[in-house]
Design a protein. Structure first.
Length: 341
């Protein structure tokens, strides 16, 4: 969530954890100690909060000492889920009860020693990870994806699990936490609870990494004609920006195309080429202006940088040509992130 509170006046992205008696916030998910904590006893919550006219999906938590803490979610459902759980926690404290939100990890009995984030990075390793393929089913071609069976095979071969049953539990957790996404009707139906397990160990159940550039092509009755579903949405905004790679810190000019649906920001070689070099999945992301970056001080970047933090905590830094253009991009990305899939 984005947060503004008594410790700092500007809005900052924070990793927020709801406990039974308070809210802890961290600079990064991997940090061992929190930057601070807001006790819930005697607190009240206000949503929607209209204190910031230009910010949407904000809620305010007022602590017992009348200190206000403001949080901004990425979209409406996310804000309402936070407010609902915080209200429940406050109600439990007032009634002398113990609040416990259902945990994905506990519900499938995943060992505490499993680090899903580290496992996800290993799965995406270009040489030793899961191979992304072009697969076809029901007259549709799925690009940059893989089968459920290949995921379980990889978990077994990497010694992450002892058997395929454990693999189903681990893959279901990766799916529930957003490290994997379902592609196609079979895997989507299972993820929505229409199967015995959220994840399917099947060769015709397709999945993809949320930041891989996945797209689906649907064949018409004429097999020679291919309609790219990913590109049929209305173009909301397009133009060239400087992009810093999330793996390498070098900056490159890329042409960006933002469409209404699905919620991806595709980027291309500005010199030409129809195929995108990659895509940033925007659903559930946080996008915010940033004032400066340590690696960018040699450039004149005042008031033109912005950052996209995806739902899987991948950070992208982009540089616009002017403050006005930066504002336009942020507003457009926020709108698509709320409504796209």
């Amino acid at each position: 969530l984005l947060m503004q509170g008594s410790m700092f006046n500007t809005w900052k992205p924070m990793w927020v954890v709801l406990l039974e008696d308070g809210i802890e916030f961290y600079k990064r998910k991997a940090d061992n100690s929190p930057k601070g904590m807001v006790p819930l006893k005697g607190s009240s919550i206000n949503s929607p909060c209209q204190d910031f006219g230009k910010r949407m999906f904000v809620f305010k938590l007022t602590a017992a000492k009348q200190q206000d803490h403001f949080f901004q979610a990425a979209y409406l459902e996310e804000r309402d889920a936070w407010v609902r759980d915080i209200k429940k926690a406050i109600h439990c404290i007032d009634g002398g009860q113990r609040f416990a939100r259902k945990s994905t990890r506990k519900s499938i009995r995943l060992p505490e020693t499993i680090n899903l984030s580290a496992l996800y990075l290993s799965m995406k390793d270009p040489e030793k990870g899961i191979k992304e393929l072009k697969l076809e089913k029901d007259k549709k071609v799925f690009n940059h994806c893989f089968t459920g069976t290949s995921v379980i095979d990889w978990l077994v071969s990497s010694n992450s699990i002892r058997n395929r049953k454990e693999g189903l539990m681990l893959a279901s957790s990766l799916l529930s936490e957003g490290y994997l996404q379902p592609a196609g009707d079979t895997s989507k139906a299972a993820a929505e609870g229409l199967s015995d397990t959220p994840f399917l160990d099947l060769s015709d159940a397709y999945y993809y990494f949320p930041d891989s550039g996945f797209f689906c092509e649907g064949n018409s009755s004429d097999d020679d004609v291919v309609l790219k579903e990913e590109f049929r949405g209305i173009v909301v905004k397009q133009g060239c920006l400087l992009k810093q790679g999330h793996r390498r810190k070098n900056w490159k000019v890329r042409k960006f195309v933002l469409r209404e649906d699905p919620a991806y920001l595709h980027y291309y070689d500005p010199a030409g080429g129809e195929e995108p070099l990659g895509a940033i999945h925007l659903r559930g992301c946080v996008v915010t202006a940033v004032e400066d970056m340590p690696d960018s001080k040699k450039y004149d970047v005042d008031n033109i940088l912005f950052e996209i933090i995806t739902a899987n905590e991948i950070h992208y830094y982009l540089q616009a040509a002017s403050p006005a253009e930066r504002t336009e991009w942020i507003k457009a990305i926020q709108a698509v992130a709320r409504t796209g899939k």
